[in-house]
Design a protein. Structure first.
Length: 102
């Protein structure tokens, strides 16, 4: 694997965390990640697809951090402010992993 700069790591991590946060925060968004849907080819495509489902007034008031506990099952934790949200979505976990490998 090639060297990854700190800037690239933070940028990709932010995009991946944002995608995971949207997937957990918006009811019904997991339907976008069903097994028959084609996989997104890059993080910007994923972000635009997910962002289209958000209400116009949706904002993050605090940083959002995603932690994938088990890549195979898709078990994840989201941390926003002093809250922790746990959920399972193998497709989102896979997308986060792929984004981290670029």
């Amino acid at each position: 694997m090639g060297a990854v700069s700190r800037r690239v790591f933070l940028l990709r991590g932010s995009v991946a965390a944002g995608i995971a946060g949207v997937a957990a925060a918006v009811p019904g968004i997991s339907n976008l990640f069903d097994s028959e849907a084609p996989a997104a080819t890059d993080a910007s495509e994923s972000a635009s697809t997910v962002a289209g489902a958000l209400p116009e007034d949706a904002t993050l008031s605090e940083p959002l951090v995603a932690r994938v506990r088990d890549l195979q099952s898709g078990a994840m934790d989201l941390y926003i402010g002093d809250r922790q949200v746990s959920f399972t979505n193998p497709q989102v976990a896979t997308q986060l992993f792929r984004a981290s490998q670029r």
